[in-house]
Design a protein around this ligand. Structure first.
Ligand code: PAP
Length: 349
């Protein structure tokens, strides 16, 4: 595996984005896929834009995401048509708000640990403490990635459901790590997140409305349950290619889960590293407490706005926070859907 390329400065994403914006091919793609998109069913989204249903999952269209087209349907169509995976690529997949940022940090820390251990410069700060996880592990469905996929390292994040992954990922036998989380906490985390993404033209979505859309699967990237089911079935059918992790398990027994992750992505911990407590060090480095403080510091240091502020990815990082927001009736409905959808798949929280 090629070691991740790390941008030296946390603002480089914005700079790169600005540089590339002039020659981006996204406007061309929006035009190219216009006819296909216009035939898709649409629905009002959680923010002031429409969602379009594409092969069972819902997406925004065009320039919706802080004026760029990341996670837009045209980018996804282009990835399906154009993206050529390399067998060494490792995909970190999830439905939004399921622990992606944490998984990205852990995987990045695992694969880069040798490089950092060999570095004798005592002034070197770990990249995770200076650089956003968006840069350490890029999302494939971003304009930035689409404009230059070969700049990326072998760790690639995605919110695409299994059924929509570019075919070359499966045919190249790439390894995929999926993280799943209790849908009740996903909903509450997503609701808070989407309120921050809105464009101030309309009031933030009420929880009752977000709940109603979420239970029907009408949310960006589609049904949380269908997303999980696709990857869970794949992990049962292709266990060497797809590792299925659960956020709540990672919170409960991080040592075990981090070991599992390291082994799966080809960087197992040695006995010597056990003695040195390397797993514990990685868990500590990637803890919510540590990474969220870094982002607090970075926020004050930056003057230029990012595409999306990094601290939005860190809220509470707790299991079961949804209980503070959902009514008993909502809980019952969500639990019932979860039981039905995950029946026989051995997923529990
Ligand atoms: P994304 O889909 O936008 O990438 P993602 O990282 O999957 O977001 O989910 C964000 C959630 O993970 C947040 O949960 P909360 O809203 O319930 O608090 C965030 O706080 C949590 N999170 C981020 N980093 C960590 C971490 N290091 N450890 C545990 N949870 C984390």
């Amino acid at each position: 595996m090629v070691l991740p390329a790390i941008a030296s400065n946390p603002m480089s994403i914005t700079k790169k984005y600005e540089e590339k914006a002039a020659k981006t091919k996204i406007s061309f793609l929006i035009e190219q896929y216009k006819d296909r998109v216009s035939t898709l069913p649409k629905h009002k989204s959680w923010i002031n834009h429409n969602l379009y249903k594409y092969e069972g999952f819902w997406y925004h269209q065009g320039f919706w995401f802080h004026s760029n087209a990341s996670f837009s349907i045209e980018v996804i169509m282009a990835l399906q048509d154009e993206f050529q995976a390399q067998p060494s690529n490792v995909f970190l997949a999830s439905h939004p708000k399921s622990g992606t940022t944490w998984l990205k940090a852990l995987a990045f820390a695992i694969v880069s640990r040798a490089m950092l251990k060999n570095n004798t410069d005592s002034n070197t700060v770990h990249p995770l403490l200076t650089t956003s996880s968006l840069e350490c592990v890029p999302f494939m469905e971003t304009e930035l990635f689409l404009n230059n996929p070969y700049h990326a390292n072998d760790l690639i994040a995605t919110h695409l459901p299994y059924s929509l992954l570019p075919k070359s990922i499966i045919s190249s036998n790439c390894r995929i790590v999926y993280i799943c989380r209790n849908p009740k906490d996903v909903l509450i985390s997503f609701w808070h997140f989407m309120k921050q993404l809105r464009d101030n033209l309309s009031p933030p979505i009420k929880l009752e409305d977000a709940f109603e859309l979420f239970t029907r699967g009408v949310s960006p990237n589609g049904s949380c349950w269908d997303h999980v089911v696709g990857y869970r079935k794949a992990s049962l059918e292709r266990p060497d290619q797809v590792l299925f992790l659960i956020y709540e398990e990672m919170k409960k027994d991080p040592k075990n889960e981090v070991r599992k992750l390291a082994k799966f992505i080809g960087y197992p911990f040695s006995e010597e590293e056990d003695v040195d407590e390397e797993v514990e060090k990685i868990i500590e480095l990637c803890s919510f407490e540590k990474l969220s403080k870094v982002n607090e510091a970075n926020k004050n240091a930056e003057e230029t706005p990012k595409v999306i502020p990094n601290d939005v990815y860190f809220r509470k990082g707790e299991v079961g926070d949804s209980i503070n927001y959902l009514t008993m009736e909502m809980v019952e409905i969500l639990d019932k859907i979860t039981l039905e959808k995950y029946d026989g798949l051995d997923i529990s929280f």
